[in-house]
Design a protein around this ligand. Structure first.
Ligand code: SF4
Ligand code: SF4
Length: 551
């Protein structure tokens, strides 16, 4: 534990991990039917590309990526598409489990572009948090120099043991997945951050590290304290670096991935297997067979919990995620998604409703546990008063919603609920403010599309003329002088605009996954239309010049 640094605050809630970490990681039974929601990640939902009646195999693409911050969706069982709705696709299984895989890639030899494309077509998103598409995160190197890849194995929330079990069973493969990402982002150093309450996973990692690793990998065991697994907190702990307010880990040269994502990356590259299943912790006192299961995406939560021995009369609520940051499910007839890391089937005794709120006594407890060094008490007052200027000044949007302040508050004030509501309200206001701007951007997009269509028309016309000239014995030279230099400059400017729009979109989506990205996607689409038009004009000009120069 030497050489680890500290972050402010933090708490020690009961861990309750032993309920699900005692048994081996196993496969959940193959579901007879799956419901795959189109919005499985941050950003835009995917667009269906199948129709009812279509036959699919495991791994067939059923919805395509739409926009930049989005991800393809694949069938998680083989069978027949029975329904394509506006928000989900249903597949009735044939019980055969027939697969459609992509060709295997040798990551040590493959070009980075081929690896990036593989991540893109495999539908991988971050499996530890907000579900940011991995192929976009991997392109961080276009904008930042990355020196360290952090494997975030802290898994600090109570109850959740998915990463723990993943590492116990697949430590070698997680490290290999990390090396693929390190190769892509240029990191020379990989650091594993894990809390000391996972001795078996630590043992498995030490054993795996004794094998030859092409890149320097360092294991750091940190004392258990919530929320050590927050990206900023872990980077501080391991590297003593402070991610700036409103910034990203990449701003200090670091990239973070959780073990499940790295394993999914290896499966996609080595085995050609898209993301169709994930490890889910099933726990809580209302089930008799807790543990961790490989679960096909789209499996019904009810079915899964019943297989784990659900005691329905004892069940009080099911929480998706951990008890600190997760949310209660309104119905069990909901499917597992790429973001479902844990399902807690809790009894009333286990997770009772909080006592009634009483007035703040200004004890300062909340401030002492905040890992971001915010002033939760002030934020609470300003949130209730809807004083947005003060909320901004007191850095509301730096709050990671860890719930440590609510946990210690003797007045049982639901502080995080206040912050979430305030953030949603402010986001809505921002959306209203950008609507006018959005209309302008829609107009610009239309103009750009028309310009691109005109450029395509001209290209076709020029191709016809060139054909005629070639077949004519007396070719007439064009009277118009080609401004090749001007077109090259316009092309470079259009390319730079696309890069800038992509950068802005990726940054906003990563900083704030709940933000609406419609307007930024529109600006990117406009820049892409302009680039296509500029490419066509440049190609036409080159063609024209070469035909004039040829005898
Ligand atoms: S929820 Fe926000 S304000 Fe409360 S402790 Fe966590 S980071 Fe601080
Ligand atoms: S912990 Fe609760 S009671 Fe104490 S200062 Fe913070 S909000 Fe007020």
């Amino acid at each position: 534990m030497s050489n680890v640094y500290d972050f402010p605050g933090g708490i020690y809630p009961p861990e309750r991990k032993q309920r699900s970490n005692q048994s081996a990681l196993i496969q959940a039974p193959l579901p007879g039917r799956v419901i795959l929601t189109l919005q499985q990640h941050s950003g835009q939902p995917a667009t269906p590309c199948v129709a009812p009646g279509d036959e699919v195999k495991v791994g067939s693409v059923i919805a395509k990526r739409e926009g930049m911050i989005c991800s393809d969706l694949h069938a998680s069982i083989s069978g027949t598409v029975s329904e394509v709705g506006t928000t989900q696709i249903t597949i009735d299984g044939d019980g055969q489990d027939n697969w459609e895989r992509l060709p295997s890639l040798d990551w040590q030899r493959a070009e980075p572009s081929a690896l990036l494309e593989r991540l893109n077509e495999s539908g991988i998103v971050g499996l530890g948090g907000a579900g940011f598409p991995t192929h976009i995160k991997a392109r961080v190197v276009e904008r930042h120099a990355i020196h360290t890849l952090v494997i975030n194995a802290a898994e600090c929330e109570p109850y959740i043991t998915a990463d723990d079990l993943t590492l116990r069973h697949h430590a070698n493969e997680v490290l290999e997945g990390a090396q693929i990402v390190a190769k892509l982002c240029g990191a020379q150093h990989i650091m594993i951050g894990i809390e000391d309450n996972k001795p078996d996973a630590i043992k498995a990692l030490k054993h795996a590290l004794s094998n030859y690793q092409p890149i320097n990998i360092e294991l750091k065991v940190i004392p258990t304290r919530y929320p050590s697994g927050g990206e900023r907190q872990l980077i501080k702990r391991l590297l003593n670096l402070d991610v700036p307010s409103g910034g990203l880990p990449a701003d200090v040269g670091v990239l973070c991935h959780n073990p499940g994502t790295l394993l999914a990356i290896l499966h996609a590259v080595r085995d050609g297997q898209p993301l169709v299943s994930r490890v889910v912790t099933l726990t809580g006192e209302a089930i008799t067979q807790p543990g961790n299961r490989w679960v096909r995406l789209g499996t019904s939560v009810r079915e899964l919990l019943e297989q784990a021995g659900l005691n329905t009369p004892e069940l009080h609520q099911v929480i998706q995620g951990g008890p600190m940051m997760g949310s209660p499910l309104l119905t069990l007839d909901t499917p597992v998604t790429k973001l479902t890391n844990c399902l807690i089937a809790a009894t009333l005794n286990e997770l009772p409703p909080p006592p009634a709120e009483s007035p703040c006594i200004r004890c300062g407890e909340c401030e002492s546990v905040c890992p971001v060094a915010l002033l939760p008490q002030q934020l609470h007052w300003y949130a209730r008063a809807q004083d947005d200027a003060k909320l901004e000044r007191y850095h509301l949007f730096d709050c990671i919603e860890c719930g440590a302040c609510s946990y210690v508050c003797p007045s049982h004030i639901p502080l995080v609920v206040d912050y979430r509501e305030a953030k949603s309200r402010i986001r809505l206001q921002r959306i209203e403010a950008v609507k006018a701007e959005h209309a302008k951007h829609r107009f610009e997009f239309r103009q750009a599309r028309l310009a691109r269509e005109e450029a395509e028309k001209q290209a076709r016309k020029q191709a016809r003329q060139a054909q005629q000239r070639r077949s004519s014995t007396s070719a007439a030279a064009s009277s118009e002088k080609v401004d090749l230099r001007g077109l090259r400059i316009a092309h470079a400017a259009a390319k730079a605009s696309v890069k800038k729009a992509e950068k802005t979109l990726a940054r906003v989506a990563q900083e704030d996954p709940k933000q609406s990205l419609d307007d930024l996607e529109m600006q990117l689409a406009t820049a892409q239309e302009n680039l296509k038009a500029a490419e066509l004009q440049l190609a036409q000009a080159r063609e024209q010049q070469s035909s004039e120069e040829s005898p």
